[in-house]
Design a protein around this ligand. Sequence first.
Ligand code: GLN
Length: 209
Amino acid sequence: MTAVPTIGVLALQGDVREHARALEAAGARTLDVRRPEELDQVDGLVLPGGESTTMWRLARSFDLLEPLRKRIEAGLPVYGSCAGMIMLADRIRDGVAGQETAGGIDMTVRRNAFGRQVDSFESDVVLTGMGDVPYHAVFIRAPWVESVGDAVEVLGRTAPVPEGGPNAGRIVAVRQGRLMATAFHPELTGDFRVHHYFADLVRRTTAEE
Ligand code: GLN
């Protein structure tokens, strides 16, 4: 087992520094990834929050989209948060014309879904495999997952809240094999359980290979 895995953060755009800090707290070495050569060096990758349309366009112009798709197909562990969740979705709704993703998770994700009501939104989310204490999740112009295929494990949903409403009980954390995604931003709250979970997934993967 690689005690200290190297986990890249896609550094085209978005909150790269916060993820790097959280990953280091979870015992990983980090590397900013902007070029295919850097992608080749990592044991796992985080796709940060930001703006998925910009991330997609930059990934295209930096010639990273195809290499990223290939590494995902080859089994690279990848965690996507918010815009990064959109990047991992096989299907998106409310994307801009022609918007592409790297894909890999058999799910349909709706962009800016919570943002139809408010720009940001907070909810306590119980996350499977990450302890009993609910995660205080911060959503910023966040997507939600509208549907998942059979291979996808739902790790968390927004609280049902007594009054229900359009934001209640939405799928906001998923995993399919070595790929995982959250609609919220765990790098912002100081509670790094999601990063620990992902770093463990990367450690187990490198141990298997
Ligand atoms: N709304 C953004 C998008 O479509 C995601 C927002 C975020 O990552 N905080 O990419």
